[in-house]
Design a protein around this ligand. Structure first.
Ligand code: TXA
Ligand code: MG
Length: 333
């Protein structure tokens, strides 16, 4: 007999939220919905609780966590803020933007992987906001997947990956955005830099601040090389099935793949549809494509195809973030 899951999925009733807040106060883990992806949350100020996150995910302790807070007042407890950070917070919080700032001593070294900086955001998902308010704690939460696998965008994704490692999953429905937050280093106002592309682009940040913001520069970090780009491994979000990327997929190119490969087009191709042909969004709407990306990859990974042939997103506001996740999913290094 296979061992059964121990995780339960909870609806966001006041009673369940009170119980989950209590679990968090006791140092337990709760998987939580956010507008980006599901997170695996613990009290960010309790190193024993945070160690459970690393254990459940199989995540190396060289990969720092993001701290989620309810209110801007909590920022100064966690991090040393500055006017640039406050302007971005005002413009984008609650929302999918994570700020890197110098850390305060109260933040355990485990959370920041020994760095003197910390990642912070105020999330937008209403249920998580209620839970954050109820428990009154800053919550450290990486994506709620097994380390290296595709990030979860539904409560079922969390259960299928971590169901035997955790007990509590708060169901907030499918994540609206479906890609992890934009991470921006704002420690030096003269050198603001995007470290991970997300729904908020460098161009938007630049327009908000009125100064240049360096866009994401893919600089594959080797595992263990945490000083360069902590946690930003070139291989990540990986399905078990081999994946190949194509700038575009023409009708001819699609016809050449055997039916043993899944073909994941960006939009619905204008050809007779075979059972192995899929797409992210019929009309190629970029927000919908981003929203479905991880779910489609998980689905295709479970179908037993020999390979996934995936088409990249064409230029658009979310293309950089979508293509970053596709590149890492396809990377075999
Ligand atoms: O949308 C999100 O950000 C989701 C939800 C749950 O909020 N969280 C998420 O966490 O994507 P995670 O652990 O999968 O990614 C956190 C990443 C790390 O891998 C690292 O790249 C970056 O955040 N990070 C954390 N602390 C950092 C620091 N002090 N300096 C640079 N990068 C940091
Ligand atoms: Mg992650």
């Amino acid at each position: 007999m296979t061992s059964s899951t121990t995780a339960r999925i909870y609806r966001g009733t006041p009673r369940n939220l009170a119980m989950l807040a209590n679990q968090l106060r006791k140092g337990r883990l709760v998987a939580v919905p956010t507008e980006t992806v599901y997170g695996l949350a613990a009290n960010a100020l309790d190193p024993r609780a945070c160690r459970r996150i690393f254990r459940a995910k199989g995540r190396p302790t060289t990969d720092p966590l993001i701290i989620h807070i309810h209110h801007l007042d909590q920022l100064e407890v966690i991090a040393k803020s500055n006017p640039t950070a406050l302007r971005l917070a005002e413009a984008y919080w609650p929302g999918p933007l994570t700020l890197i700032l110098p850390k305060m001593a109260i933040v355990p070294d485990l959370v920041t992987a020994g760095l003197d900086s910390v990642a912070v955001r105020i999330p937008r998902h209403a249920l998580l906001r209620r839970l954050l308010k109820k428990c009154g704690l800053p919550l450290a939460a990486p994506s709620a997947n097994t380390f290296g696998y595709i990030s979860p965008t539904t409560a079922d994704h969390v259960r299928s990956g971590l169901g035997r490692k955790i007990r509590h999953i708060l169901n907030g429905g499918p994540c609206v955005i479906g890609l992890e937050s934009t991470i921006v280093d704002v420690r030096n106002p003269d050198k603001i830099q995007v470290l991970r592309p997300g729904a908020i682009t460098a161009a938007q940040l630049s327009a908000t601040l009125g100064v240049a913001v360096a866009g994401f520069q893919p600089k594959p970090a080797k595992p263990g090389n945490r000083q360069l780009a902590p946690g930003l491994l070139s291989r990540h979000y990986s399905p078990k099935t081999k994946m190949f990327l194509h700038r575009t997929l023409s009708v001819d190119a699609i016809a050449k793949f055997g039916t043993s490969d899944a073909v994941l087009c960006y939009a619905k191709p204008n050809i007779p549809i075979e059972a192995n042909i899929f797409w992210l969004d019929e009309k190629g709407d970029q927000e919908k494509a981003a929203h479905r990306l991880f779910d489609r990859l998980r689905f295709l990974d479970d179908q037993g195809y020999a390979a996934i042939q995936a088409e990249m997103a064409p230029p658009g506001p979310l293309a950089e973030a979508i293509n970053d996740r596709l590149r890492r999913a396809a990377n075999r290094d």
